[in-house]
Design a protein around this ligand. Sequence first.
Ligand SMILES: N[C@@H](CCC(=O)N[C@@H](CS)C(=O)NCC(=O)O)C(=O)O
Length: 239
Amino acid sequence: MAMSYRLVYWPGLPGRGEFVRLVLEEAGVAYEDTAAGEPQDAIQAVMTVLSSEVGAPPLAPPVLQVGSLQLAQSGNICEFVAATHGLVPLDEGPRALARQLQATVVDLVAEAHNTHHPVDPGKYYEDQRVEALAAAKSFREERMPKFLGYFERVLAANSGDWLLGAAFSYPDLALFQVVEGLRHAFPLASERVLTDLPAVTAHHARVAARPRIAAYLASERRQPFTEHGIFRRYPELDG
Ligand SMILES: N[C@@H](CCC(=O)N[C@@H](CS)C(=O)NCC(=O)O)C(=O)O
């Protein structure tokens, strides 16, 4: 029986919702995306799921509603969809490795976000610009090379095209999206780092060329990065 998927996420930014969208798109399944509707309706949809009291209510979006099931945490959602649609091996060993790789991307996403919100995620960037300069310097010089260098080592250590080797899996989509985001937010710094990372660069191009992903990227469903999301282009933070 076909599952009915409803992605609930903020309007106007790809954000963490994008990691889920990419898995749904690669799976080739139909889904409703609340962010594609009127902004006030999309915000209301987020508020409604956050105030729900059944099961384990979500703390923050993205949220995926699958029938009566309501799932949060982007990596958890991605794994659920991937396991249902053949985008991760079901053997517990490789499946756990996929979780590890996805969690590492989630960590990198959080660190990228912290560059512009190093003090308080609830306050404006303009209120923490001085601290953001220092956080971004450390991110550009230490953390981004460390994380992307890790993925370079993973790709170089296995014999296939993908993070798990021969088997494509959902963290491949996550690595693709975080590289997209870093290229948007830190065009100069990311290119400096990626110059020394041929496996990550080639992997990014391979994911973009997958037929369903290429079709999605060319569609109106793919949203541009904006100044409201995780990956913001503030030239002063790019060094
Ligand atoms: N670890 C969570 C983070 C969720 C998260 O921070 N969501 C953001 C939007 S991308 C949000 O709305 N946060 C509200 C908050 O933290 O209060 C995930 O990966 O899904």
